[in-house]
Design a protein around this ligand. Structure first.
Ligand code: SIN
Length: 308
């Protein structure tokens, strides 16, 4: 079964890959993704300087999902600029994820990373875990201004990683802005920000930073992720390719993202739980499901979710 896909003119050998954040901070982790069945190597969101991130424990997995408040731990863009040429020898696209605590941080990272020509750049507008720094993706005019500046610098396909939206009007104004700016792809969604998980036995929170508040991921967020993929696909169609992210634990979950309109899918919590072997399992499960349903390719079913 051919599970390849093309996003912004870049061919991916398979339509599944890691989500930025999951096992993609260090050179060793990135090379392990290169050696795995992941269809791309997505870096951790990089900032101008090395960041230790938030205090530990900052990631907690539980039945049904995960909560994290990592705080953008990363090596800093100069280190990733050094590593990216090596990553490109694995024969799959490299997506550099850039972030920042202020617009100048993003521009600085974009300048340095564009110089080493990753295959695509994903602009992270949606980290929920930095105290005092709201998710830019919830401010459509701030997002527009930042993306327009970045467009002047970035010469490879540039996409955005969005937070989840919960109101039809927010889908509409965000879709309009992304079409105006002409982003090349969109990754939908980042974690569901500012959740709280409680351990009732210990009568306390499960992660240390920010009083226990953090971004939710894993199976429990799949309906929110699917709603965002579907809502944007209905507004934008194929004008901006969508990478679906959120709640993918099985080949069936991938299929649901594709039915909603996703051209590719990213894996976060399941990758942290299972390691890079997850890609082979998911690829097999999706291939078998498509075959059982009589689909010859992804494009035969993509976006074809039926309504009642
Ligand atoms: C983090 O590093 O806190 C998570 C990154 C993200 O959610 O964008």
């Amino acid at each position: 079964m051919d599970l390849s896909t093309t996003i912004a003119g870049v061919r991916f050998p398979t339509c599944l890959m890691n989500a930025s954040g999951a096992l993609c901070v260090t050179k060793a982790e990135l090379e392990a993704l290169g050696q795995s069945r992941s269809g791309a190597i997505v870096t951790k969101s990089m900032t101008p300087a090395f960041r230790q991130g938030n205090p530990e424990p900052r990631y907690y997995s539980f039945p049904g999902g995960s909560i994290n408040s990592m705080g953008l731990p990363n090596l800093g863009y100069p280190a990733y600029a050094d590593i990216i040429p090596t990553l490109q020898t694995f024969g799959k696209p490299v997506i550099a994820s850039i972030a920042g605590l202020s617009p100048p941080d993003f521009l600085e990272a974009a300048r340095a990373i564009t110089a080493v020509s990753p295959d695509l750049i994903e602009v992270n507008l949606s980290c929920p875990n930095i105290a005092g720094k709201p998710q830019i993706g919830y401010d459509v005019e701030a997002s527009r201004a930042l993306l327009l500046e970045l467009k002047k610098i970035v010469t490879v396909p540039m996409g955005v990683k969005l937070p989840p939206y919960f109101d039809p009007v927010h889908y509409e104004i965000t879709a309009r802005m992304l079409l105006d700016v002409k982003v090349d792809f969109m990754t939908v969604i980042n974690s569901v920000g500012n959740g709280l998980v409680v351990d009732p036995e210990e009568e306390r929170v499960v992660i240390k930073p920010r009083y226990g508040f953090g971004g939710l991921g894993g199976a429990m967020i799949k309906p929110v992720a699917l709603a965002n993929v579907r809502a944007f696909w209905k507004l934008i169609g194929d004008s901006i390719p969508i990478i679906g992210t959120g709640g993918v634990v099985s080949g069936t979950d991938m299929f649901e993202h594709i039915l909603c309109g996703a051209k590719a899918v990213q894996i976060g919590t399941a990758l942290v739980d299972e390691g890079v072997g997850v890609f082979q399992r998911l690829e097999k499960e999706l291939g078998e499901l498509l075959q059982r349903k009589g689909y010859a390719s992804l494009s035969d079913c993509r976006g074809r979710l039926q309504e009642l």
